[in-house]
Design a binder for this molecule. Structure first.
Ligand SMILES: O=C(O)CNC(=O)[C@H](CS)NC(=O)CCC(=O)C(=O)O
Length: 271
């Protein structure tokens, strides 16, 4: 593993596939111009909108999102996480909330279907029933072992509240944990940063958390603050509230140092 720059993209995806892909392209371009070699897009980067619109367009969203990610990875010669996008599941009328990792040749390295679905009545009055359109994944997320970029583990948004998933990634030797998200503004203000820092600290791993921000559609407001967190829990970069990027160095000697200074993974009793 080498030292390199990673970028967490922050965008305001709306109910318009092509507009979102254009926005994502600009931000990937910005990240690459700043030197990023690993770039993450947020959850539902290519479409945020009413559930029925998402389902109606799911086929096109899935196909075009995948083509887009491969094209970007090849054009810019970077590794890209396609935060998530809906992929139709045969005979269900529903989709998987799917995230994929693509290498610079356009090859797919890893794929994960979001396991924990956001079925929550948020106290701000918004009701979320992700399970009404999404089939939950049944497999633990993969870790992709990259010679250059370290061991990269996947997860999506609401997963961040379930530490056992990250303990699994940690058991697999994860160095860099992705948490692409579309956190609600209401929960995000109190929970987002704390949860991400906890996952970084308890697993002594980097966390890269691309995010949705702003008003995506109707009354849906997302929290923003795409961040990159080091294995000590320090916020290395925070994209704030506007669309943009958080960019920071992923450094293997920092990983070694923190794992020496705080060897908590070696002190587990109930494992
Ligand atoms: O709102 C939308 O249309 C888009 N939402 C999403 O893409 C997903 C699934 S509904 N959001 C979350 O998982 C939020 C989790 C969260 O906010 C928390 O855990 O507090």
């Amino acid at each position: 593993m080498k030292s390199y720059l990673a970028a967490a993209i922050q965008m305001t995806s709306v109910p318009d596939l092509h507009q979102n892909l254009a926005q994502a392209e600009e931000l990937i371009d910005l990240a690459v111009r700043r030197g990023a070699e690993l770039v993450g897009l947020p959850e539902n980067f290519s479409f945020m909108g009413e559930e029925k619109d998402k389902l109606n367009q799911a086929e096109a969203i899935a196909t075009e999102s995948e083509q887009f990610l491969k094209k970007m990875a090849q054009r810019f010669q970077v590794t890209i996480l396609g935060g998530s996008f809906p992929v139709p599941v045969d005979n269900t009328g529903k989709v998987h909330n799917t995230t994929v990792l693509i290498d610079p040749s356009g090859e797919e390295l890893a794929r994960y279907h979001k396991v924990h679905l956001f079925d929550v009545n948020v106290p701000d009055g918004n009701t979320y029933r992700e399970s009404s359109t999404v089939v939950a994944g049944k497999q633990l997320p993969p870790v992709y072992f990259s010679e250059n970029l370290g061991n990269i583990g996947l997860s999506v948004c609401y997963d961040v509240r379930f530490p056992e998933l990250y303990r699994h990634l940690s058991d697999k030797g994860v160095d860099v944990i992705f948490v692409p998200a579309a956190f609600t503004a209401f929960t995000g203000k109190d929970h987002w940063q704390v949860l991400l820092q906890a996952r970084a600290i308890e697993n002594t791993a980097y966390v890269i958390a691309p995010a949705q921000t702003g008003n995506n559609y109707s009354r849906r407001l997302t929290h923003g603050h795409a961040v990159i967190i080091d294995p000590w829990g320090v916020i290395l970069a925070d994209a704030g509230e506007q669309p943009g990027i958080a960019i920071a160095e992923i450094n293997p000697s920092r990983l070694d140092q923190v794992r020496r200074q705080m060897p908590s993974l070696q002190h587990r009793v109930f494992s």
